[in-house]
Design a binder for this molecule. Structure first.
Ligand SMILES: *[C@@H]1O[C@H](CO)[C@@H](O)[C@H](O)[C@H]1NC(C)=O
Ligand SMILES: *[C@@H]1O[C@H](CO)[C@@H](O)[C@H](O)[C@H]1NC(C)=O
Ligand SMILES: *[C@@H]1O[C@H](CO)[C@@H](O)[C@H](O)[C@H]1NC(C)=O
Ligand SMILES: *[C@@H]1O[C@H](CO)[C@@H](O)[C@H](O)[C@H]1NC(C)=O
Length: 886
């Protein structure tokens, strides 16, 4: 035992602290020097222990002697037995070589049931103790490969610290007698429940968290708790705090080995408790009324249920001196699973750092309000619902209205008056954000619904929360909705805890709850299996896949499933799938990285003969940190007409096809013509990753005008600086009629690939088949009477002559040249022609079913012309007749 001469601690008579050389030689030492030395020693030895491995006294000794710590005393504390064990496990006397692994034999005596004859079998797993004894083994009849050797769950020792001496006896307290305990109380399990939602006792009783499964993993749970508005006297009392610490440890079913507290100058307490399962520690600020506490355990017992107990034990409220009332305790907390677990263990635990539940709720301290509403394990999955409010949340428009906030009210900037967001998780993956669910569900449902001319039968896969159904039921054309959800608990829980998701009260012609609408038909089944097994054929006008992200679904990678889904669509059917998050321009090839299953889904749709056109779009207003991505796949190319519809057409369709509301409010809050317009082309990252495909798709060479090529312009007002000259001609037709015309000549040499009159071509106008039909139709006849028919007829004639259909087959769009380029003569002799369109015909014919490049550059592809060979100055410019043939 280290002996410290108390007599030598105080100040000298002259008020000075004794000089170091005044310390008597021998077994007394200045306490400050001792403290410094022992702290440094422990830190160094601990670091060494972490790096090199525990229990090697030979490592500690030189450090201690180097630091001139009185060696004999410390050394005497090594327990020979412990050392011997440590060395026994080493076959080579080489402690660093993790000796324990060498001692297990990997065999297991199995007592045959009933028989009594023992056989020796190879074990799959062998659990060994620190001294190499086999503690347990797991049998496996089909052992293949290596035997897994595991360290056992930790067991208490007789207080021997890993440095080889008894930590308990090496302590110093500056001011007050040390307060130290051994935590000998028998641990017991308390019934700790938290936010028990009383009417859902059986399924939401407390913060359920699966046990950490594999104790041999070097991992644990860390709980951080910061509490404010705590009584100063409590925060200054070592004994009260130590008692609270002891009690919370006991309540958590943990084992305290020893603890150690210091009072600090001028106020506050620091404590650390050594647990069999690791440690608990805290620090207090009595003046500020704050305690920060952390608890780290390697125990398999979940820590979250202990939170309310910790808040209760340490959250002793202080009294507001002005009001004389108890202040409201504010507690912030964070839970982390730390260390290293196997990937399977991580995936299985919804509180793992890679889950949304951890990232959005349990981990961030910035989420200042967290309340668990539901936590349950169903037959299929785990459901969690939480209310959460972040530090920088502020009141919404509705919050302000409810509170009657005036424009200059300071509460507009306070998070306390913002209503919390309700978050719905399945297996830890975020499914619904209450505040943004309308944007999300309208973005998933409405583009597909409007891509079909008049959807009558609709199927929904998943979507048990009801909001997808709600969006479908807004359409007057819909006669039947088949919803196939795997887990009826999702329906039940959402109806109860997020009733707005399935609230159809406001929809004229629907029921109070969307599930009760006569048109809705809920089937509880595995939808993918259901559709494949039933071989549903040509039944749904629209099919919406509102299941989890493709990365979590192997079904999407199965072409049988995809073909089953496609076959269930009617000939003009449209399918919508939510496909996770936006890619980034830095992503690897889509079939390699995180999103490879999404790429397989797209590949399967591309190779499905039933699909003609696939479009990707993103919406960034769904409340997630990144934009959400969606996919629409159509059986017929004519859906491009609806997909690329202009804002006015969609606005009109919304009016025409969406039913009214009882409240008179607009039915849709996010989707309209302009929103659809923003979906016409996917963000550039989609093109970037698409063009990483191997071999690179043909059109990827046309992602923007080629910078190596020159632009050759025509300026009608300044022919001198123009690259072209337009000369008037007179031609005589077969009937002998003389017609005025014009031809275009090059004034300069134009190399192959150069752009011909790009500014004129970029001014081309777009006219739809519908418009053409209307111009050519009945009104023209009426107009004849008012003398405008000639103009209209000329217009139609012009479009016939200089317009061409878009390369986006099915889009019903035509592009009409209006600049100098329309004068360029067209020849049916391909050899005579010297210009071609910028993007040549795709080697496979029309545009591919799926191509973000065509979607993004379709207007450029539909207008620009380039020189198809070197053109000499003075040559006439000639277009081929087949210029715009697809
Ligand atoms: C079988 O093994 C068990 C455990 O090692 C032992 O208790 C028992 O005596 C053995 N029985 C026979 C028949 O060897
Ligand atoms: C929790 O549930 C139990 C049993 O139903 C009940 O007695 C208790 O009052 C509930 N606690 C809270 C805080 O609601
Ligand atoms: C459903 O919505 C209506 C308003 O459209 C509202 O009055 C009603 O309270 C809501 N019902 C539920 C259960 O949320
Ligand atoms: C104009 O076009 C729309 C859409 O194709 C069509 O419904 C309407 O009948 C047309 N009107 C005339 C006068 O042709």
């Amino acid at each position: 035992m280290v002996y410290i001469n108390q007599n030598n601690r105080g100040p000298r008579d002259d008020g000075m602290l004794p000089a170091i050389d005044a310390v008597p030689k021998g077994y007394t030492i200045d306490v400050r020097v001792f403290l410094a030395v022992i702290t440094t020693t422990m830190a160094l030895a601990f670091t060494a222990g972490v790096m090199i491995g525990p229990t090697d006294p030979r490592l500690v000794t030189p450090i201690l002697s180097f630091l001139k710590v009185p060696l004999p005393e410390l050394y005497a504390l090594h327990e020979p037995a412990t050392m011997a064990k440590a060395i026994k496990t080493s076959s080579s006397n080489n402690i660093e070589a993790a000796p324990a692994r060498k001692v297990a034999e990997g065999t297991l005596d199995v007592n045959q049931a009933g028989g009594g004859s023992n056989t020796s079998k190879k074990a799959k797993e062998v659990i060994i103790s620190a001294n190499g004894d086999i503690v347990a083994a797991v049998a496996d009849d089909d052992v293949a490969g290596d035997v897994i050797i595991k360290q056992p769950k930790r067991t208490p020792t007789d207080h021997v610290g890993t440095l080889g001496y008894k930590i308990k006896e090496v302590h110093v307290n500056i001011d007050t007698p040390v307060l130290e305990g051994t935590g000998n109380d028998v641990p017991y399990d308390r019934d700790v429940s938290y936010n028990n939602v009383s009417h859902h006792e059986e399924r939401s009783g407390g913060l359920e968290q699966p046990l950490l499964r594999d104790q041999s993993n070097p991992s644990g749970q860390h709980l951080l708790v910061d509490i404010r508005n705590v009584e100063a006297a409590f925060l200054n009392s070592e004994s009260r705090l130590a008692e609270a610490m002891q009690e919370s440890v006991t309540a958590g079913g943990l084992t305290m080995l020893s603890y150690h507290c210091h009072s600090l100058h001028p106020a506050g307490v620091s404590c650390v408790g050594v647990l069999l399962e690791s440690h608990i520690s805290f620090h207090t600020w009595p003046d500020e009324g704050v305690i920060t506490l952390d608890l780290f355990t390697t125990s398999e017992k979940p820590l979250l249920p202990l939170l309310p107990k910790i808040e209760e034990l340490f959250g002793v409220p202080r009294i507001d001196p002005e009001t004389g009332l108890e202040e409201k305790i504010v507690a912030l907390w964070s839970h982390e699973l730390r260390g290293f677990r196997t990937e399977d263990d991580r995936k299985a635990n919804p509180l793992d750092g890679q889950s949304d539940l951890a990232n959005w709720v349990t981990s961030p301290l910035e989420v200042v309000y967290k309340k668990q509403i539901v936590s349950m394990q169903t037959e299929h999955q785990r459901i969690d619902i939480w209310d959460a409010r972040e530090r920088d949340d502020t009141p919404s428009y509705d919050d302000g209205k409810k509170l009657g906030l005036k424009p200059d009210d300071p509460r507009w900037l306070s998070n306390e008056h913002a209503s919390p967001t309700r978050l719905f998780f399945l297996n830890g993956a975020l499914q619904v954000i209450s505040k943004h669910e309308r944007e999300f569900h309208e973005s998933l449902v409405q583009p597909a619904m409007f891509a079909h001319p008049s959807p009558k039968t609709v199927a929904i896969i998943g979507g048990g929360e009801g909001a997808t159904l709600r969006e479908v039921l807004r359409h007057k054309s819909v006669e039947k909705v088949t919803m196939i959800e795997l887990d009826e608990k999702v329906v039940e829980v959402s109806k109860e805890f997020m009733p707005y998701l399935s609230n159809c009260t406001d929809i004229v012609g629907s029921a109070a709850n969307c599930f009760d609408d006569d048109r809705a038909n809920l089937i509880i089944a595995d939808a993918f299996k259901y559709i494949v097994d039933k071989q549903i054929n040509s039944e749904f006008d629209v099919l919406i896949v509102d299941a989890m992200n493709p990365e979590d679904h192997d079904e999407f990678t199965n072409s049988d499933v995809i073909n089953g889904l496609v076959n269930s669509l009617t000939p003009s059917g449209v399918m919508a799938v939510q496909i996770g998050f936006a890619p980034s321009i830095l992503d690897p090839r889509a079939d390699k990285g995180m999103n490879r299953k999404r790429e397989l889904l797209i590949n399967n749709l591309e190779s499905s003969p039933g699909i003609s056109s696939i479009h990707i779009y993103e919406e960034s207003h769904c409340g997630y940190w990144e934009p959400r991505a969606f996919l629409v796949a159509c059986r017929d190319v004519s859906c491009r007409k609806h997909w690329y519809a202009e804002t006015d057409e969609v606005d009109y369709q919304v009016y025409d096809r969406i039913g009214g509301t009882r409240s008179g409010e607009r039915s849709l809050v996010h989707f309209d013509g302009a929103t659809q317009r923003s979906f016409h082309a996917p963000p550039r990252a989609w093109e970037t990753i698409y063009c990483l495909r191997e071999p690179q798709p043909f059109e990827c060479a046309y992602r923007g005008l080629d910078l190596d090529k020159e632009l050759f312009e025509y300026f009608p007002e300044n022919e001198d600086s123009s690259a072209f000259e337009i000369r008037a001609t007179k031609t005589t037709t077969d009937d002998g009629e003389v017609k005025d015309g014009a031809v275009v000549y090059a004034k300069v040499d134009i190399p192959t690939g150069s752009y011909i009159m790009p500014t004129h071509l970029a001014a081309s106008f777009e006219v739809s088949d519908d418009s053409m039909e209307n111009i050519s139709g009945e009104p023209t006849a009426d107009l004849e009477g008012v003398g405008k028919a000639i103009v209209v007829d000329d217009f139609i004639e012009y479009i016939d002559a200089y317009g061409h259909p878009s390369l986006q087959v099915g889009s019903g769009k035509n592009f009409v040249e209006v600049g100098g380029s329309f004068v360029i003569r067209t020849s049916d002799d391909a050899n005579e022609a010297n210009v071609r369109r910028w993007i040549p015909t795709h080697p496979e014919g029309g545009r591919p079913k799926f191509s973000p490049v065509y979607d993004r550059h379709r207007h450029s592809f539909d207008v620009f012309l380039v020189a198809s060979r070197d053109i000499k100055a003075g040559e006439e410019i000639v277009k081929p007749l087949t210029l715009w043939k697809v």
